[in-house]
Design a binder for this molecule. Structure first.
Ligand SMILES: [Cu+2]
Length: 1412
């Protein structure tokens, strides 16, 4: 129970009336006073409050929940909490929780803000709309003061904002190193001042402790977000109309929070709503718009919080027995939550404090069956997980809009552990908001404590203007299963929030249905139309709009879609007069009449009258309800763009089969006997074809409509294996085995052809032995697309991937007209068996949910063949199942965003499930073998690698197996251009000077902290000279060493002479972190090597890896080898290559996690690094040195004073998978603990081992810190404490020298940088400003560029609280006063900053705050 110091509460309550007037704040506020700067100030009162969080209606809850909320809503929260306790024994005797005292005020407030209050204790134990993550909003340029009232008992709590614009000494919301604490004490308050300088979404969370475990606060809900809206906007609730700046939008600011608000441009009144005076019968749809200016247009804003694995109590005190139990089948004893009593306890994966896990819906189904409910058609489980017909609408967020509404999703990762993948069906958006040149994506990896803005193109309903429910979810399948999904619901008719007329139909399926209520009779909440837009049509009894016309039955399986049942119309038969445009639909079907429907098609032959009225003008299978038909949109586009006339046809047809076939993953006999895959029957059955089976990748021309008829040939019964239950599991639970095609990045009708069964939509998957039609419009070129959909188990439909790839049009001259396209599909958790039919890494029992199985690329290791110099495009997509992976190719490289040839150069990509990428090689392709790989030790160990083999180009006219590109060229520009292209991919600068380093690899006893060592370490060490023999190393005394960091100037030929001084007694160290299918007796190589990313070199000599047909390239014991790398960038690249990971490739499994990693930083050609000595803030510029992690860098060519060109630079190597020991007088004591295993027998290999930065670690908390410290950053860490003067530009180079595949995030407190630096370098000023970045894993390199303005300790750290920070991944940037010569420095915000890094207003206001 909480206790407050009354004065604090009382005082600040009175201050709420004067929002904007900071002078009335109570004296008891412990934080600094608001400074009166020129910025307009807005104020929020926020409370941190303990309350049970109910994740769903079934009752899964966290009774240790803690939330941030508006102080104004505190009485309602207290009322709910008190009501829920009625009838329960009171344990705390708290006087202020008396229901009768709270009730009147709670109702008064509830009436004001339009929320309903629970009446009974049972209702109080349901999710309540006010128990939601707190979203604070401000307008760009405003200053925000936030008074935090801490009602959490016994804990100091802070608001740590993941953004710049505040003073780390007074407003960090944390307690870092030598800063004073800026936390609110228990019962007290603290005031935070945030300068809202940059538009965007910024997470905040409690910085009072940095535990990600249940003893922390973040996992219990203490997080929220700040959204900085465009200048001048106001916001309002889309249901109640409650507004932030009064009823006309120009009044005084009133505190208003909410996950889903409308944002209105200046001058629009929130109450000014045009009325609907049309109906669907006569409505003219305004043309769809691809882009909108969010600053000038009213739009819907949806804030979505992903979190993970909270502590919770499951709903199922008494487990609902499976109908199979009566048949002696007891394998379904899976509970979830804590304390399930030996069960396989599944976590839940919530969104915005809500989760709708499969297990609850399955139990609801079982209960229905047990209590005599009759199902018209069998329902097994997953095929109806998302059905509102079967289970009602989910409790997770339903984002609502009208067709055409502009929409922004502000995505926040507020949790502590997992890197999730957000995917939204049907839509696509640009990787960089507001940047039409950045790639279109529809899935994005997001890591803890990061925020991202998503702007779906064309707005709600997409380009073809279709209503319906589409799902969005975390694409990691276990998370999806565990409740991490919601819906985006697009209406086509106005929703008033009131009962309307009954539907005009005699069909009993519509009995009782009326306007204003969903089919299950729940209220459809009002949705106010957006200002400045044509109001949506009004619903009518015969055309009520989606979803009322859909003839489903509540508590039954979602209905099958109807066959159109109509005659072809004359205009369809004729098509139009352009060649290639004849109407070809439906493929192989000569009639659309219901009576003629082939019996193996899985449709209802005859639609209802209301469905007919809802159809578009030419309904066809796969597309019935588009208001703006695909073909109509296509025709408009083709009129505008002559390139499409060269396409061979407007529409194409394919038959596709989904079937079960054995897939052989390698020649050692690893196989999946139950592989599920798609194939094209025109290519023959894959089981009968010679050679290895490949995932289906097929292609379409940009602009075409594809009509795909899928035949479901999966077996009706699947036997139980070590991995999966049998399907169906028993006779009491029959199934229909639906399977489908779900596609990304193309346009389709989601109501009838999404390949899913979402919300009130139809079931769009075909039953066993039947067919369904999918109609896709590939309206974007280069759509790297994905299909991975099985509506029914097996839960791991692992390897079913498919990619239709639109090829660049022949006369599009931006790129070479011809290229070799290599498609690579990634799968993990593949259920597999070895040659002797032994399961590989199976779960503890069938259906277990731990990490299991193996991983694969492309079903088997593939050698892609090419000729040297050929243009190469890689299409990468991840098809399954849970993990993030790091994809890399040795010696090749590409631009980060392929449409932006001036974007940053990369050879690594972190990918999560459903993400798709196109990489166009920019490196010279000389003959040799190029390794592509997944770089995490677990993945590579399991065989995730392959080769690109470049042959010498054959003489013209000769014939080889592999065609030369010029010989197949027909109308393209031909040979000349190809050679020109090949030439342009040579390094832009001729090889210039040579920079030589002598390095020896040797053993070390590494001191990670005074009390923590790695006695088995191996390190690279720069030496002036090699001695004739390897040096004698004294391993009895631990050494403090820094990792290898080399610096060079762009264009240098960096030559490394590597001497192998590894000891001759190398063995696997005790307690080594494991990988799946570990071999305890694995040998450890005495060879050593050095492999560099991103630079160019001859792969046959200087790769550092011994692969394929290349000669061996490792260094035998005692010998020396030379590696030579060119450090030039491709001619279009905006920046030198920057930081580069160096690592051993002689034995990636044993060497890397012991320290054989390093970095090379490629500086501009005129830059000189000067070493910064320990304890110093900057370097003596007379000293020059080219190795070491901390440098001051000067540019010769810059500003003659030299000051403007000075940057403080440092390299931070992020390490995991370490094995560290207590330091027992230099010898290994106990090994440090691994993170607790998730489940006995199902340890997550990827979390094993310790973590650190630069051979250092500073674990915190009682689990990981041998000293048993608390979860605070309040100490001097052993990790690097880097000092630097304020207002000096900092370039922090982060290098993912990681061993494990788990992705990380990274943040620096109190500073902000452009997320895509090259965007602001190009002067476009559109790059989002962030303070944290996602998806950092093995080989990731990034440079964060910022200019600290405030003195004090800025923590840098991992954003992952479970368990990266507690395992030591944090350190300090100590910003000292600016130097005396600061008068000479250019003012912040001009040339010293990168464009867009700090606006002048922000720095001036920040300065005044820090000086006060
Ligand atoms: Cu997830």
């Amino acid at each position: 129970m909480f206790r407050v110091q009354g004065g604090h509460m009382q005082g600040s309550q009175s201050s709420r009336s004067g929002s904007g007037d900071s002078s009335s704040l109570p004296d008891t506020t412990s934080g600094p006073k608001v400074d009166n700067s020129r910025q307009p100030t807005i104020h929020y009162d926020v409370v941190a409050f303990p309350i049970t969080i109910y994740y769903n209606r079934e009752g899964d809850h966290d009774h240790n929940g803690m939330i941030f909320a508006l102080y104004d809503n505190l009485l309602i929260l207290k009322y709910i909490r008190a009501l829920a306790r009625v009838g329960q024994p009171r344990t705390d005797g708290s006087p202020d929780d008396l229901l009768e005292d709270l009730s009147a005020k709670a109702y008064e407030r509830a009436g004001k803000i339009g929320v309903e209050l629970p009446v009974t204790p049972q209702q109080a134990k349901q999710p309540h709309p006010l128990v939601r993550p707190l979203v604070l909003r401000a307008r760009q340029g405003e200053k925000m003061t936030v008074t935090l009232h801490n009602c959490i008992r016994d804990r100091a709590v802070g608001l740590h904002l993941v953004a710049g614009g505040y003073d780390v000494v007074t407003a960090d919301g944390s307690d870092v190193a030598s800063n004073p604490s800026s936390l609110a004490p228990p019962g007290g308050t603290w005031e935070y001042i945030w300068s809202c300088d940059h538009e965007g979404v910024f997470p905040f969370h409690d910085g009072g402790n940095y535990s990600g475990d249940e003893n922390g606060t973040n996992v219990h809900g203490l997080f929220g977000a700040l959204v900085v809206e465009p200048p001048g906007t106001t916001w309002r609730d889309p249901t109640t109309g409650l507004a932030s700046h009064g009823p006309d939008g120009s009044g005084r600011f009133e505190q208003l929070d909410g996950l889903y608000l409308d944002v209105l441009p200046a001058g629009q009144s929130p109450r000014d709503m045009p009325e609907s005076d049309t109906s669907l019968a006569d409505y003219e749809w305004p043309p769809p718009r691809e882009y909108v200016c969010f600053e000038k247009e009213a739009h819907r804003e949806f804030v979505v919080f992903f979190h993970d694995e909270p502590e919770f109590v499951p709903a199922h005190g008494a487990l609902e027995p499976s109908p199979c139990d009566a048949h002696g089948n007891d394998h379904r004893d899976i509970a979830h939550g804590d304390g399930g009593g030996g069960h396989d306890n599944l976590p839940i994966m919530p969104i915005s404090y809500r989760a709708e896990p499969m297990i609850n819906r399955e139990r609801t189904l079982w209960r229905l069956l047990r209590t005599g409910h009759l199902l018209e058609r069998p329902v097994l489980n997953e095929e109806q997980h998302h059905s509102s017909w079967m289970f009602g609408d989910p409790v997770t967020p339903i984002l609502r809009a009208y067709i055409g509404d502009p929409v922004r999703i502000r995505l926040v990762h507020a949790a502590v552990k997992e890197t999730h993948v957000f995917h939204l069906h049907l839509y696509e958006w640009h990787a960089v908001p507001q940047d039409a040149q950045s790639p279109r994506i529809d899935a994005i990896s997001i890591s803890p404590q990061t925020g991202h803005t998503i702007e779906p193109l064309w707005g709600a309903g997409n380009r073809h203007q279709v209503a319906g429910d589409v799902i969005w979810h975390c694409h990691l399948y276990p998370h999806f299963h565990e409740g991490m999904w919601g819906m985006f619901r697009t209406f086509e008719t106005r929703q008033y929030g009131q009962d309307g007329q009954h539907l005009q139909s005699d069909d009993p399926v519509y009995a009782g249905r009326r306007i204003g209520r969903y089919p299950d009779n729940t209220r459809i909440d009002a949705l106010l139309p957006l200002q400045g837009r044509k109001p949506p049509p009004a619903p009518t009894p015969d055309q009520p709009g989606y979803p009322l016309y859909i003839p489903g039955t509540v508590r039954q399986k979602s209905p099958r879609p109807p066959w159109p049942d109509r005659e072809f119309k004359q205009e369809e038969k004729l098509g139009n007069d352009r060649p290639g445009q004849q109407f070809e639909l439906p493929c192989h079907v000569t009639s659309l009449l219901g009576a003629d429907m082939p019996p193996d098609f899985d449709y209802r032959p005859f639609p209802t009258a209301l469905e007919r009225k809802a159809f578009n003008e030419f309904p066809v299978p796969g597309e019935l309800f588009t208001r703006n038909r695909l073909a109509k949109q296509q025709q408009q586009e083709w009129v505008d763009d002559f390139r499409f006339r060269r396409n061979t046809s407007a529409q194409v047809c394919h038959d596709v089969v989904v079937a079960q076939r054995r897939i052989d993953y390698n020649s050692h006999g690893w196989h999946d006997k139950h592989g599920h895959l798609y194939y094209l029957p025109t290519e023959g059955d894959p089981g009968d074809r010679p050679g290895p089976i490949e995932p289906l990748f097929f292609r379409a021309q940009h602009g075409q409509i594809l009509n795909l008829t899928l035949r479901n040939d999966t077996p009706e019964r699947i036997e139980e294996t070590e991995f999966d239950h049998a399907f169906p599991p028993c006779e009491a639970l029959p199934w229909e085995g639906e399977c489908s095609l779900h596609v990304h990045m193309v346009k389709f009708d989601p109501i009838c052809a999404d390949g899913a069964s979402v919300g009130w939509n139809y079931m769009s998957g075909a039953r066993h032995g039947r067919k369904m039609v999918y109609r896709w419009w590939a309206d974007q070129e280069n759509t790297g697309s994905l299909v991975a959909s099985s509506l029914n188990p097996p839960a791991r439909a692992s390897s079913t991937t498919l990619s239709p790839v639109a090829k660049r049009h022949p006369n599009d001259s931006r790129e070479p007209p011809w290229f070799r396209e290599f498609c690579i599909g990634i799968a993990d958790f593949i259920p597999a068996w070895d040659r002797r039919h032994r399961a590989l890494n199976p779960p503890a029992q069938p259906g277990g949910h731990g990490d299991q199985g193996v991983m694969g690329l492309h079903y088997h290791t593939t050698v892609f063949k090419t000729y040297a110099g050929d243009p190469i495009w890689i299409r990468l997509l991840q098809g399954s199942h849970e993990e993030s992976h790091s994809f890399q190719i040795h010696a090749l490289r590409w631009v980060r965003f392929r449409e932006q040839i001036d974007s940053i150069i990369r050879n690594q990509q972190t990918t999560g499930i459903a993400e798709a990428f196109t990489f166009i090689n920019q490196a010279p392709l000389t003959p040799g073998d190029y390794m592509y790989k997944l770089s995490g030790a677990d993945d590579l160990w399991l065989g995730c690698w392959g080769l690109i083999r470049a042959f010498d180009r054959p003489p013209a006219g000769s014939h080889f197996d592999l065609v030369t590109l010029a010989s197949v060229s027909t109308d393209g520009p031909g040979q000349e251009q190809i050679e020109e292209c090949a030439a342009s991919s040579q390094p832009s600068a001729p090889a210039s000077k040579e920079r030589r380093f002598r390095i020896q690899a040797r053993p070390a006893n590494l001191l990670y902290r005074d009390d923590i060592i790695d006695p088995h370490a191996l390190v690279y060490e720069v030496v002036d000279h090699f001695t004739s023999h390897c040096p004698a190393i004294d391993l009895s005394t631990p050494e403090r060493l820094e990792p290898l960091v080399l610096w060079c100037q762009e264009g240098d030929d960096v030559v490394v002479e590597l001497k192998n001084c590894l000891p001759n007694n190398l063995r696997v160290e005790p307690f080594a972190p494991e990988v799946p299918l570990e071999r305890r007796d694995r040998p450890v190589s005495r060879h050593v090597s050095l492999h560099a990313d991103l630079v160019t070199y001859d792969v046959r000599m200087h790769d550092g890896a011994t692969i394929g047909l290349n000669p061996p390239q490792t260094v035998p014991p005692g010998q020396v080898r030379e590696y030579r790398w060119n450090t030039s960038r491709p001619s279009n690249s905006p920046d030198p290559l920057g930081p580069i990971l160096l690592q051993d490739m002689a034995d990636f499994r044993n060497h890397r996690h012991h320290g054989l990693v390093g970095a090379l930083v490629v500086l501009p050609a005129d830059a000189i690094p000067h070493p910064v000595l320990p304890g110093e803030a900057t370097a003596d510029l007379d000293v020059e040195r080219w190795h070491g992690p901390r440098m001051t860098v000067t540019r010769n060519g810059d500003d003659p004073t030299g000051i403007g060109g000075i940057t403080e630079e440092m390299v931070l190597l992020m390490q995991d998978g370490l094995r560290l020991f207590l330091n027992a007088n230099g010898k290994p004591g106990f090994p440090l603990p691994d993170p607790p295993a998730e489940e006995a027998g199902e340890a997550e290999h990827e979390d094993q081992g310790q973590k650190g930065f630069n051979y250092r670690t500073e674990p915190i908390g009682p689990i990981f810190d041998p000293r048993g410290s608390d979860y605070s950053l309040n100490k001097e860490p052993a990790t690097p404490i880097w000092q630097m003067p304020a207002r000096r530009k900092v370039r922090l180079h982060l290098v993912g020298a990681l061993d494990k595949p788990r992705a990380h995030s990274f943040t620096v407190h109190g500073v902000v940088w452009p997320e895509h630096r090259f965007r602001s370098n190009a002067g476009r000023q559109t790059a989002p400003m962030v303070s944290s970045e996602s998806a950092i894993t093995c080989g990731t390199v990034r440079t964060f560029e910022f200019t600290p303005t405030h003195q004090g300790d800025h923590a840098y750290r991992n954003g992952v609280l479970k368990w990266a920070v507690p395992q030591g991944m944090w350190g300090v940037l100590r910003i000292r006063p600016a130097e005396d010569n600061s008068d000479h420095e250019p003012p912040c915000g001009s040339t010293a900053d990168g464009p867009g890094s700090f606006s002048s207003s922000s720095s001036s206001s920040s300065d005044s705050a820090s000086d006060s």
